[in-house]
Design a binder for this molecule. Structure first.
Ligand code: GUN
Length: 281
């Protein structure tokens, strides 16, 4: 039976480390500030934004939440982002995705001051990542790396397969694994024989947003399986991109959904916010 990687516990450990660091600068009276912008009322986004705010409160960070109606014109959203760019109390800006269809997410991301890009999705941050330079990394892939690191799972020299090529997860995930000296293959919707490729992997990261897409026959005995997917079934149950019950007996380590990668994303957002604060003060 696989080691079940406990995202709640590791997230707490990462946030405890941040709290310890923050203690050192507390006497200055300055504190990290995060602005979270939510447009519309997508129920999942409302939950995620609430968790981000709570994490800030627990750490004693300053946080503001801007809730805009679903019909907000693009100019208004860009104006808000520009005012947050200028606000010295704010060190990190996160615009929750997805945005309503009339808003261009790329334009919004590119309006964020790259130094405040705690989501790591600005082309400046992505460029730093590809160049192997220090910078703000996308929270979910960075959370996956922190989880592997916590459980001392070796990455160097391993064959890793990332399923999914999104800007938020798949591409930065592949890049972080390369940075950690894995040999990385990226699979996507046009990949032929995904099952055959995944079967070769010693580390599998599933991030394509298709419920239980990765089945037991696709996974090599002893593989490390990380599930980034969060899908809601018609019955309202949360399931990942991985068939957890069938794969857990075969894998050497696996993340559950919920309670796996999700909490790590929050922890790394706090870490990015703290880093952005240090870089700006
Ligand atoms: N929607 C789901 N996850 C995320 C995230 O990490 N950042 C943003 N901005 N939107 C999301």
């Amino acid at each position: 039976m696989a080691l079940i990687m406990d995202g709640n516990a590791v997230s707490k450990a990462v946030q405890a480390e941040i709290a310890q660091e923050f203690e050192k600068v507390k006497p200055t009276g300055r504190k990290p500030g995060l602005a979270v912008v939510l447009v519309g009322d997508n129920p999942a986004s409302v939950v995620y934004v609430g968790r981000k705010k709570k994490a800030c409160e627990t750490l004693g960070f300053f946080s503001v939440e801007h809730r805009l109606s679903a019909g907000t014109p693009e100019g208004e959203l860009l104006g808000l982002v520009r005012s947050l760019n200028q606000n010295p109390q704010i060190h990190g800006i996160l615009v929750q995705l997805p945005l309503p269809g009339h808003l261009n997410p790329q334009k919004v991301i590119e309006t964020i001051d790259p130094h405040k890009d705690v989501d790591g999705m600005h082309p400046f941050s992505l460029g730093k990542l590809v160049a192997g330079l220090p910078g703000l990394r996308s929270c979910t892939p960075a959370g996956v790396m922190a989880m592997l690191d916590h459980y001392k799972i070796p990455v160097s020299g391993k064959r890793a397969v990332v399923i999914g090529r999104s800007i938020m997860v798949g591409k930065p995930m592949a890049q972080l694994l390369i940075e950690a000296n894995a040999t990385v293959t990226v699979c996507h919707s046009r990949t032929r024989d995904i099952a055959g490729i995944v079967r070769e992997a010693e580390i599998v990261v599933a991030a394509m947003g298709r419920p239980k897409f990765v089945t037991a026959d696709m996974v090599h005995e002893g593989a490390v399986v990380v599930d980034v997917g969060i899908n809601r079934t018609p019955e309202g149950k949360l399931v990942g991109d991985v068939d957890f019950e069938a794969i857990a007996p075969k894998a050497s380590a696996i993340t559950p959904v919920p309670g796996g990668v999700g909490p790590m994303t929050i922890a790394l957002l706090m870490k990015n916010t703290y880093q952005a604060f240090l870089d700006q003060t």
